[in-house]
Design a protein around this ligand. Structure first.
Ligand SMILES: [Cu+2]
Length: 472
């Protein structure tokens, strides 16, 4: 017996360090998808309830364990003769039983009150006129009054984000103002998904035939501080914490880090989300990002999207009866791009009537590179338009909306960096990158589909990449 015990002991001494190392690998509390690092009101509330139950459980563990140890020690057999004795038998002790029932009830009540309050908080924004509630949650009235709404649709295996107040739609990256609350309506077009944005919002399922809801508001103070190498909290400038998305600064800043896995430390305003309900082959890669912005940068982002998705603001065909101010963009035939193809020209100066676009004369210049123009045509001729909208429509199409794709930080539902290398890989064989995705495996896609035949066609792939990353 003794031998066995020493053996177990020495074995555990050997295993323990290995276990500790293994566990410490997943123990970074500020990991990018950690619910233990709340950066918003709702997630903080859920964290507090969780910690309350952790402390109560630890207390109970120590109390029950302590009693057990005490009894074991106190009533141990002190001699072999004593060990043979049968102790006096008894049954029940109403005092102990009633006090235990009372104690458990009290503990349940202590847990139930904040839990119910949390459920109410999670399901409804506080009333902006209820100054008591605003004070309790340390919220500005405008954070609630000017809340934005995002309609989230889960699809296998990506996310559609619609902004009904602004009439715009995007995919996989939820851009939001850090100073405002965000109402999130959740629905799905196929199977059950779950929207999990741990640092900001918690988790909620998307159910077929039902609309669910959650909301979140970021804690700007937390976004604007970080821990330095000694663990001290230091202030971070607005620009460092929340680089602007609309002009590609966010993308640049995140990419400045060498590895994709470093990205979670890149900027404070970048949050990671994930589908948390198994939905098929690519479920593990169904992530998304939430990007916090200052009010001004958010407005600029909305404006860019509104312009890009407004049919009246797309470059129209050149009209000889019109004058064009500097910077105007028109489309006009250019046979150098292939027969009966057009390119976009930008007016480098003010253009008088009848001065048709012509690159050999001064006045007009190329609005985009040749690769971009070729890529744009390929996008139509290779049937990408079957499933992708660049402007306006989002929900009607099978794939993610690609408006202003060139300012997106991530590719293939949030999990890959959206750079030239990854995008080429995606276009060459998306199934290798994200097994089971419904671009490669979608309805009507077989080996004859042009998208499955780009593997050896570097020229076309480069042109498509130039076009897609040029959308900004
Ligand atoms: Cu899923």
């Amino acid at each position: 017996m003794k031998k066995l015990l020493t053996k177990i002991f020495s074995l555990s001494v050997k295993i323990l360090p290995v276990l500790l190392i293994a566990v410490s690998g997943c123990s970074r509390i500020d990991h990018k998808q950690s619910a233990l690092d709340p950066k918003g009101l709702v997630s903080q509330n859920q964290y507090d309830i969780f910690m309350l139950s952790v402390w109560i459980t630890i207390f109970l563990f120590c109390a029950v364990g302590g009693c057990l140890l005490y009894v074991l020690w106190k009533y141990r057999a002190k001699s072999p003769e004593e060990a043979m004795e049968v102790p006096a038998q008894s049954h029940g002790n109403s005092k102990v039983e009633i006090s235990l029932i009372l104690a458990s009830t009290v503990i349940l009540v202590i847990l139930a009150i904040p839990t119910l309050q949390g459920v109410v908080l999670m399901n409804r924004l506080p009333d902006p006129n209820d100054s008591q509630a605003l004070e309790k949650y340390d919220l500005n009235k405008s954070a609630i009054e000017d809340a934005i709404t995002v309609n989230v649709t889960g699809k296998r295996f990506f996310w559609v984000f619609e902004y009904p107040q602004f009439g715009i739609v995007t995919a996989n990256e939820l851009v939001f103002p850090a100073s405002k609350a965000v109402r999130v309506n959740l629905r799905t077009e196929d199977v059950i998904h779950s929207f999990w944005l741990p640092k900001l919002a918690g988790k909620m399922d998307l159910m077929p035939g039902q609309e669910n809801f959650l909301w979140f508001v970021a804690d700007q103070n937390k976004i604007l501080t970080k821990k330095d190498s000694e663990g001290k909290t230091i202030k971070v400038s607005l620009n460092e914490a929340m680089p602007s998305v609309y002009d590609g600064q966010m993308r640049e800043r995140i990419f400045a880090k060498q590895k994709f896995t470093d990205e979670f430390e890149a900027v404070g305003g970048l949050f990671y989300g994930q589908c948390a309900e198994y939905c098929g082959n690519s479920h593990a890669y169904m992530s998304f990002r939430a990007l916090a912005q200052s009010d001004d940068d958010f407005d600029s982002w909305v404006k860019s999207f509104q312009n890009a998705q407004n049919p009246n603001k797309q470059p129209s065909e050149y009209n000889p009866e019109k004058e064009y101010s500097k910077g105007s963009v028109v489309s006009f035939p250019d046979n150098s791009l292939g027969e009966s193809n057009s390119r976009e020209y930008r007016a480098a100066v003010k253009i008088n009537k009848g001065q048709a676009p012509n690159l050999t004369k001064k006045g007009w210049e190329k609005a985009h590179s040749d690769d971009y123009e070729m890529g744009k045509q390929l996008f139509a001729s290779l049937q990408c338009v079957q499933c992708h909208a660049i402007n306006r429509t989002g929900l009607g199409s099978k794939g993610p909306n690609l408006t202003l794709f060139g300012i997106r930080t991530s590719l293939a539902a949030g999990w890959m960096r959206n750079d030239e290398e990854n995008l080429s890989q995606w276009l060459k064989n998306s199934n290798e990158v994200k097994f089971g995705n419904l671009m490669w495996n979608g309805e009507g896609v077989d080996d004859d589909h042009p998208l499955r035949n780009l593997e050896d066609d570097d020229v076309k792939v480069n042109q498509l990449v130039a076009y897609l990353l040029g959308l900004k």
